[in-house]
Design a protein around this ligand. Structure first.
Ligand code: AMP
Ligand code: GLY
Length: 430
């Protein structure tokens, strides 16, 4: 089998690395890829949103399966295009990808499905949004110092579209920035205002073929830049799997009350969902609630979760893309936990320099049960250079979460470039 992975981050390097190890896989290409995918697979210089050239490449190179990493091409309809040309592809159609592409649509589906989530309301008109926020404030008892409220841009905003506001005034300012001042452009022409949820976050990724749902092991991301969950939001500074907060009982609850009704409702509404359903959850005192849906593997969750997967990933994704997941007899996992620490460029998540020489990757990679996943890297003259904000995901397995953490940080110690930094507390919440 020949596979094309679309994307260029740590998630895609993980997919390429894992797929290349599957027995039936002859070759894995990655478009456009990074310095890591060039080693574990072969890079093809085509951008993730160049649907025409991606299709033409798949056709002319007898690609048996295309696997899409990022949300942007999915929301743009890459799956519909490939399908209409008879090319097999793993991922949701454009209509189904709205679960991530439009928070208002996603909320609508959750409401119809009776899925537990933050109470919310969507707005396109600023006056109505402001009136709603004022009404909310007037219902709050004076003794409460502040009511956090969450204002979100409807569309894709590269992870920056969520504003957690401390009170009505901040909420109104966020609504004004999005609806009136054009922050986030088109993505912010509709906003969702919702209740703030308290608890621990967890990510559940499930492989779906429109009907059958196969949940993967749980994981937890670390979205804030600094130790102790302080600092600005990022794409994710590290992850571990499994997340012990997701007990067997909670997992059953997530499947029964969240995953099943969502997939059922998508089918009933005429948008059967195939691909990865990623439920970003808040484990609240009232049980798990959905913060948001994504329609792809999480990054860096994929690094920690897929490192532990023993079942043939190419077979899983191929069956899912053919609507035949029911043929799979469950998944086999390495019982050992995995921890992935993201190493980032100086300045990230704000602007950062590129082109710094990275040393020590091979030394780190040689450690047992350790893998250095490339994210923002590029190769030049036999050297690996930084080429993004999140540069590497250094992952390791161990007999316990602390052992996996120690192994991952031991590998991090071996790697260096000018300005490199990372959180030092990945997995401590476990
Ligand atoms: P998102 O971009 O939707 O992943 O949101 C980014 C982060 O904002 C989430 O991981 C949460 O930490 C936080 N967040 C979003 N919505 C809520 C909510 N309703 N209550 C509490 N935190 C939230
Ligand atoms: N780790 C967060 C995401 O993939 O959206």
């Amino acid at each position: 089998m020949k596979i094309l992975v679309v994307g260029q981050g740590g998630r895609e390097h993980t997919l390429v690395w894992k797929l290349a190890q599957c027995p039936g896989v002859e070759k894995v290409y990655c478009a456009p890829g990074n310095a890591g995918t060039a080693v574990d697979g072969e890079n093809v210089n085509i951008a993730v949103d160049d649907l025409g050239r991606l299709m033409s490449f798949a056709k002319h190179n007898d690609i048996d399966l295309t696997v899409v990493g990022p949300e942007v091409p999915l929301v743009a309809g890459i799956v519909d295009e490939f399908n209409s040309h008879g090319l097999k592809i793993f991922g949701p159609t454009k209509a189904a990808a709205r679960l991530e592409g439009s928070k208002a649509f996603s909320k609508e589906i959750m409401k119809k499905a009776g899925v537990p989530t933050a109470t919310s309301k969507s707005f396109t008109r600023l006056e109505e949004a402001h009136a709603y926020l004022e009404a909310l404030e007037s219902t709050v008892d004076d003794t409460v110092e502040h009511v956090p409220i969450v204002v979100k841009a409807d569309g894709l905003a590269a992870g920056k579209g969520v504003h957690v506001c401390r009170n009505c005034t901040e909420g109104k300012a966020a609504a004004t920035q999005m609806l009136q001042d054009g922050l986030f452009g088109k993505a912010g022409q509709t906003i969702v205002i919702e209740e703030f949820l308290e608890g621990q976050e967890a990510s559940i990724l499930a492989i779906v073929d429109g009907d059958t749902i196969i949940p993967l092991e749980s994981s937890q991301d670390h979205k804030r830049a600094h130790d102790g969950d302080l600092g600005p939001n990022t794409g994710g500074m590290g992850a571990y799997s499994p997340a012990p907060v997701v007990t067997e009982e909670i997992m059953d609850d997530i499947i029964r009350r969240i995953l099943v009704p969502t997939i059922h409702t998508m089918r009933v509404e005429g948008h059967p969902f195939s691909g990865v359903l990623y439920a970003g959850l808040m484990l609240t005192a009232q049980g798990p609630k959905v913060i948001e849906y994504n329609v792809r593997f999480g990054d860096p969750e994929a690094q920690a979760v897929l490192m532990r997967l023993k079942t043939d990933l190419a077979q899983i994704l191929s069956l899912a893309a053919s609507g035949r997941l029911a043929e799979l007899e469950g998944l086999d996992w390495d019982e050992r936990p995995a921890v992935c620490v993201v190493m980032a460029s100086e300045g990230y998540p704000a602007s950062y320099p590129k082109g710094r020489v990275i040393n020590g990757i091979n030394e780190a990679d040689r450690l047992t049960d350790t893998k250095v996943f490339h994210a923002g890297t590029t190769g030049k003259d036999m050297q690996v250079l930084t080429d993004g904000g999140r540069v590497l995901g250094v992952a390791a397995m161990g007999d316990s979460i602390p052992a996996a953490k120690q192994a991952a940080y031991q590998a991090v110690e071996k790697i260096d470039w000018d300005g490199a930094w990372n959180r030092s507390d990945i997995s401590d919440k476990a």
